[in-house]
Design a protein around this ligand. Sequence first.
Ligand SMILES: Cc1ncc(COP(=O)(O)O)c(C=O)c1O
Length: 374
Amino acid sequence: MIYLDYNATTPVTPSVLEAMLPWFSETFFNAASAHQGGRRASHAVDVARDQISSLLHCRAGELVFTSGATEANNLALKGLRSGASRMVTVATEHKAVLDVATYWSERGRPVTILSVSRDGLIDLDELAEVIAVGDVGVVSVMLANNETGVIQDLARISEIIHQSDALLHCDATQAVGKMKVDVDELGVDLLSLSAHKLYGPKGVGALFVRRGVELGTQMHGGGHENGMRSGTLNVPGIVGFGAAAEYVGAHLENSMKLTDLLDEFTSHLAACGVDFDVVAAGTPKLPNTINIRFIGADGEAVMVNAPKVAMSSGSACTARIPEPSHVLTAMGLSHAEAEECLRISCGIPTTVVEMREAAALVAQAVTRVKELTS
Ligand SMILES: Cc1ncc(COP(=O)(O)O)c(C=O)c1O
């Protein structure tokens, strides 16, 4: 298999696995235990907290460990204590944010969903108008989109939002490890991330909570994580998350160069005579992500006809729902156009040879699908 679905999940890299292994068996201790073993586990968690906070340029004490980005988003958007009520978000967000907006709207809280243009970006004037009306408690905007890779101008968004008392939450799950993420440069108050998108294990993530921001707990119990998220800490997972943060931090240059591999892929497609469009072609995007519309060929059918290449026809979490991507339709693509799209996302281990082979296989698949449907 040629794996080009790194935005769905990444493999646990060997240095991460090695760091995790002892914490399952020899040093299996509960980080909350007062004995020597517990103190060792608690120290390992502190080390991981330092590793992740240096990647995000925040303080170690500003991180709350969770089970992943879904939980981090829920904790941020359900737990936030704020005088103002309106929640503002964007039509192209992940369902872990949009479904919280629906949850609030069903409970009578005002919600505004901002639209995006064909380039995937929000209209900053529209945001400024919403803020000017007042009563906005929180605005949630992702840094980089999981399906298209489009990067929003968070620093500018933060300036607009912070002209009011509203707080800014950012789902940075896809951005962390693929581009520089500095919570101060971005001007965010809350930021979600997940280990399995950056060569760490599944089932562990974190929420950055800027000092002074008050969050109500969503998980009641033993008062772990300063009372913000109770539950015995997943020590092996957290240790792996920390090692993964160090790994992606050290490989940031390599990640930035992944765009060359995507160029290789599209040049090969073009050389094979494939008729395609790149979604949001001129917009700043993640270096590893491209969403391609194969004009006249159904994306799912292309995937079936290129079984050796692992790609995605929508976000992995909703890929089993037979509906066109809400992200692409929000960007103005028709249902038919959205169904012709496939997301290719490569990673640090991806090679040029793999990219060339994948492009050749996809080109053959497109030709076959067109023959079958003409
Ligand atoms: C942008 C974004 N947010 C949130 C999530 C959910 O992350 P997790 O799997 O850690 O719950 C994902 C995963 O696909 C994502 O891409």
